[in-house]
Design a binder for this molecule. Structure first.
Ligand SMILES: [Zn+2]
Length: 228
């Protein structure tokens, strides 16, 4: 769930010829612009192709490096195969460098909270543990306040939510976010697994406060005309 979303579907750009290439659908890891472009084959083995790509956006034009694991090529290097060979398959997920920027787009979450949670995920992906923990805590506090939390501090705000807004197990998760966020704010160490837990619990809380109520409301809207 915390994985970046990207679509990478390699296909032959042409069948043989003097400069065969692999056309790849992908989102630029720098600017998120969707690309359909031919990669330059940087290196290949019987089981792998590495491609260099350049973003076509005129304001970006930055490079990315892709690895495509292959199967079904029966001991033939990719460049010697027919482009229409139906047995040529991508084997496993593609990897892209630099790491893509994760998106968070769950329905029903208010835009400022969605945007901040995306920033927390991007901090995590880039290895900024303290940034991820602090922004994750910020997201939790904004969401709890938005849904009616009151009190002198985040602990009281979480506890003040009615059980039909946030039940006891989810409040426990919210307190975990608060505690890890506090450690990050007070110069204590925060491990990678603490950040994973914090962001996982924050997402659970956002699901409960926004995403599930939104989906239920949409479902009711969709069903109501048919029942008449
Ligand atoms: Zn770009």
């Amino acid at each position: 769930m915390l994985l970046p979303r990207m679509s990478l579907l390699p296909s032959f750009a042409r069948q043989g010829g003097p400069s065969p290439g692999i056309t790849v659908n992908y989102d630029c890891p720098w600017c998120d612009t969707h690309q359909v472009a031919k990669g330059l084959v940087a290196s290949e083995t019987y089981d792998d192709v590495w491609l260099t790509m350049v973003c076509a956006s005129t304001v970006c034009q930055r490079p990315a490096f892709l690895h495509i694991p292959l199967e079904g090529n029966n001991g033939t290097l990719w460049r010697n195969m027919s482009g229409s060979d139906p047995t040529f398959l991508q084997h496993g997920p593609l990897k892209i460098w630099p790491s893509p920027r994760p998106n968070y787009e769950d329905e029903g979450v208010p835009e400022p909270i969605r945007r901040d949670f995306e920033e927390a995920l991007q901090c995590q992906e880039s290895g900024y543990r303290f940034g991820a923990a602090l922004v994750g805590r910020r997201v939790l506090q904004a969401a709890v306040r938005d849904r009616g939390g009151k009190g002198n501090n985040l602990k009281e705000e979480i506890d003040s939510l009615l059980p039909d807004v946030l039940n006891a197990p989810l409040k426990d998760g919210a307190h975990e976010v608060r505690l890890v966020g506090n450690e990050a704010a007070h110069a204590e160490d925060v491990e990678e697994e603490d950040v994973d837990a914090l962001l996982g619990f924050a997402m659970d809380v956002l699901d409960a406060l926004y995403v599930i109520p939104f989906r239920v409301a949409e479902r009711k809207k969709a069903k109501s005309p048919a029942k008449k």
